[in-house]
Design a protein around this ligand. Structure first.
Ligand code: FES
Ligand code: FES
Length: 854
């Protein structure tokens, strides 16, 4: 029993427990976020006797007589200043790290009202942010300190909120202060806690499951096995190969496979009972690498008949012959590792049975996808399942697949009580699909003047235990493998291979991060053979409007790769040893796949309500939609209200994936707003429109891969980028300049934030991040994934090249979601090559000042 003060109130905790659990579960102070419970992320930062401390590593018994402050305990003035500073600086994206950052800032500013930038970096070095790259968080803290020091009033900017303005993010103040609700922040009456029993082996036949001891354990309400699934046992995003649970007699596919589910009154009881479920296995030899997978001696999915999930072969021209006849030819083998998204919010969902249907509260990348898969599993029509989005604490592609939603729904179905399933960080690391490891052989050729002539590549990806989005990821790796250059002879062969490793799926960059590394590195060696700079090599070959991309698509007038290179030129002139790389990335699914953005605008109470299922996973989708609606309607932004996605209220706008939402749902917002405007002109008043709805829809029409058209349209739009990396004398990274062609920047400050965060994610991929596996088991914890911390993060300078989209679609915006992470790694590789002459062909790059000691 400990008695102490929390936010000015005396409290006592009868039983010793982690402070984070007491603050969240007993006091419902949900600003104290649970990112890892391992002391590694800082989302749980509170002040204890004025010192910033992680609540997950403190026990309540040690709090006797102490004073604890959380965001809920800030004074009105502090709330106003921190909300202002973090919003004004653009420091909030997914927001899951932000309350912890605010408390770290308060801990600093309270004792040092005038901190220097290095002191700010030092104060937040134990707090990870995966979205922002820290720059804007540091600016926010310096701004807050200045406002406190000067006793300044918080200024209120008056903006129209139209496209091109730095409108405050609509969700920023709530996220900064910890008021915004994520799924784990829901505490419903009578709510149970669910967890899964996971496989003991990556590949084994389940012989029997004995749940009797677990069922008799304290607090347990139900224990389920695959027999209890009323609908389909297998679900999946594109291919239904993912077992909700492995039935008796069937074979597991990886260590994250669920064998049984437990619901109990508390999370601890559920996990204790799960340990009592006895599973008898016949252990089978697993497939743990791509080489073994390719020979098909052991099949991961027997019904598939092969371990090849998908095979792509892209051919234009005659690469072999042209390579033979080219003046210069470079061939290298490249290896890139799997990596974890490491979003700060572990997966969580809460499900509630509603009559003969199901309600699911979830933080994911597409509420309709969740509805579809959960309805299939429950054997219900889709309209009997309602999915409501909660805030999403980062996704980056890792929250496209079912992880917790279906299990929460199944447990709620059987118990008829609300059920929360929240992953521990270890479960998150094991279960959600990773970035694909790839092995790549690339040959690239050019003529005597450095003009590219042809390329040939083979790409093999480890897609792990389940299909997830492994097919499209491989396809995008292949379609972008030739780079954003003007040549026509390509021969690219790709295979995605099932193994018994954790599944791989979507990850910001979607396969292009990997193939871009190979393409760009080859280009540098060619440049050296020709005797020109890496910059000049790119400048000569850069795709220009009217020219034809290697995939046959004609580059339209919005293509601005050369402009990004022009902006990079002065840096290379100043520092000829700087590394450079370019990239392109599609907006939208493309290649003939149906792809529609939708938005329903409802007029109510003089406000314009935006309903769309487009998930905001931190990128700022609500603000983008708000600004586009304000632009078209010509009304102040505060009359536009963004509503979180809900399948009962919002039309299906597809998943947040493929850098598509700004363009596709953005254009849908524009179309809906134009209808409202027309109706307003006709009816003469807003009152006449009260209660009416207007549906905007935009479908991007593209040609399928392998189309026999001479110049197929593979994608509606492409963004282009050039990154330049400068090193210090000691070999650390001095600065990264990231120049992006993104169409019109709807909110330039947000776009900069996307770029800064994406570049640091790319820098981690280049230098520090890895996802080691031992016998199919991840050996990393959150603290050892290799994520950059604030004190080691170099400056990133984001520059925007704005050339509006064709026909002004989506107010001219192409989007920026993924490309900002793509060219960083090869630019870093080039910088180190220029420094030490070592041509590195694997990631993370070996033998740099960032390399971990083995
Ligand atoms: S939740 Fe405490 S450090 Fe991550
Ligand atoms: S805003 Fe920091 S983790 Fe998302």
């Amino acid at each position: 029993m400990a008695s102490f003060i929390v936010n000015g109130q005396p409290v006592s905790c009868p039983e010793n427990k982690k402070l984070i659990r007491f603050l969240r579960d007993d006091l419902h102070l949900t600003s104290v976020k649970n990112g890892c419970s391992e002391g590694a992320c800082g989302t749980c930062t509170v002040l204890i006797d004025g010192k910033a401390t992680k609540a997950c590593v403190q026990q309540t018994d040690r709090m006797e007589g102490k004073t604890v402050v959380t965001c809920e305990g800030l004074t009105a003035r502090e709330r106003e200043v921190y909300a202002y500073a973090f919003t004004e600086a653009g420091a909030v994206q997914c927001g899951f790290c932000t309350p912890g950052m605010v408390m770290a800032a308060k801990g600093l500013i309270d004792r040092n009202p005038d901190p220097t930038p290095p002191e700010v970096k030092d104060a937040i070095r134990m707090n990870i942010c995966r979205c922002t790259g820290y720059k804007k968080i540091e600016e926010a803290i310096l701004l807050a300190a200045r406002v406190f020091r000067g006793g300044e009033d918080v200024p209120h900017r008056v903006l129209k909120g139209i496209v091109g303005e730095n409108l405050d993010r609509v969700d920023a103040p709530g996220k900064a202060l910890g008021d915004a609700k994520y799924a784990d922040d829901l505490y419903l009456d009578g709510m149970l806690h669910g967890t899964a029993v996971r496989s003991a082996y990556p590949r084994a036949r389940v012989l029997s499951i004995d749940t009797s001891a677990a069922k008799a354990a304290p607090g347990v309400v139900c224990v389920l096995t695959a027999e209890d699934i009323p609908g389909t046992v297998k679900i999946g995003h594109l291919k239904q190969d993912y077992d909700v649970m492995i039935p008796v007699g069937k074979i597991t596919h990886f260590l994250g496979d669920a064998i049984a589910l437990v619901a109990a009154e508390t999370d601890e009881q559920a996990r204790a009972a799960a340990a009592l479920v006895k599973v008898a296995y016949e252990e089978l030899p697993p497939v743990l690498n791509m080489t073994d997978g390719l020979n098909d001696e052991i099949l991961v999915h027997e019904s598939n008949g092969t371990n090849v999930l998908s095979h792509e072969h892209l051919v234009r021209g005659n690469a072999d012959e042209v390579i033979r006849n080219s003046k210069y030819v470079v061939t290298h083998h490249y290896s890139t590792p799997p990596t974890d998204h490491a979003f700060l919010e572990p997966e969580c969902a809460v499900a509630v049975r509603e009559g003969d249907g199901m309600r699911i509260f979830s933080g994911d990348q597409g509420v309709y996808q969740t509805r579809k898969e959960c309805a299939q599993m429950l054997g219900l029509p889709q309209d009997k399942v309602r999915v409501t989005a909660m805030m999403v604490g980062g996704g980056f592609g890792g929250k496209e697949d079912m992880s917790v939603q279906h299990h929460a729904a199944l447990l709620a179905w059987h118990t008829n009580r609300p059920v929360k399933v929240a992953f521990t960080r270890a479960e998150s690391i094991l279960v959600h699909p990773k970035r694909h490891a790839m092995e790549m052989d690339f040959t690239t050729a050019c003529d005597e003047n450095g003009y590219l002539t042809a390329m040939k590549a083979t790409i093999v990806s480890d897609t792990g235990a389940y299909a997830s989005l492994g097919g499209p990821v491989l396809q995008r790796a292949c379609t972008h493998a030739a780079g954003p250059y003007n040549y026509q002879n390509i021969d690219i062969d790709g295979k995605a291979i099932y193994t018994n490793n954790p599944p791989a799926g979507a990850f910001r960059g979607f396969g292009v991060t990997q193939s871009c590394f190979a393409t760009e590195c080859n280009l540098n060696e060619l440049a050296e053979m020709v005797g020109i700079s890496a910059f000049e090599m790119r400048y000569r070959n850069a795709i220009r409007p009217g020219q034809v991309l290697p995939n046959g698509q004609v580059a339209d007038e919005t293509t601005a790769l050369v402009e990004t290179l022009d902006a990079a030129r002065p840096i290379l002139e100043r520092d000829p040893k700087a590394g450079i790389a370019c990239a392109m990335k599609n907006a939208g699914l493309g290649v003939g796949i149906p792809d529609t953005g939708r938005c329903r605008i409802e007029v109510r109470g003089g406000e314009v309500l935006l309903h769309s299922s487009a998930a905001c996973i931190g990128q700022g989708m609500g603000t983008v939609q708000t600004q586009m609606a304000a632009e078209i309607l010509g009304i102040p932004h505060d009359r536009v209200r963004y509503c979180v996605p809900d399948t009962a209220l919002a039309p299906d706008a597809g998943n947040t994936t493929a850098s598509r939402q700004t363009l596709f749902t953005g254009e849908a917002v524009v179309r809906a707003a134009k209808q409202v405007k027309e109706a307003l002109e006709k009816e003469g008043s807003w009152e006449a429109l009260e209660g009416r709805s207007f549906l905007g829809e935009y479908t991007g029409v593209t040609d399928r891969l392998g189309s026999d058209k001479q110049n197929p349209v593979s994608h509606i739009a492409y963004g282009y980028a050039t990154h330049v990396v400068e090193l210090n004398d000691d070999g650390t990274v001095k600065r990264i300049t990231a120049i992006h062609d993104l169409g019109v920047a709807v909110n330039p400050r947000s776009a900069e934030g996307q770029i800064e965060g994406g570049v640091i994610m790319g820098l981690g991929y280049a230098l520090t991040e890895d996802f080691p596996l031992k016998d199919g088991k991840p050996t990393a914890k959150y603290g050892t994934l290799g994520l950059f911390r604030a004190d080691k993060t170099p400056p990133v300078e984001a520059r925007l090249v704005e050339k509006a989209t064709k026909d002004g679609l989506a107010c001219g915006a192409k989007g920026i979601g993924e490309i900002c992470s793509i060219p960083t790694a090869p630019a870093v590789q080039n910088a180190y090559y220029n420094r030490d002459g070592v041509f590195r062909t694997r990631l993370p790059l070996p033998d740099t000042p960032y390399s971990r000691k083995k």
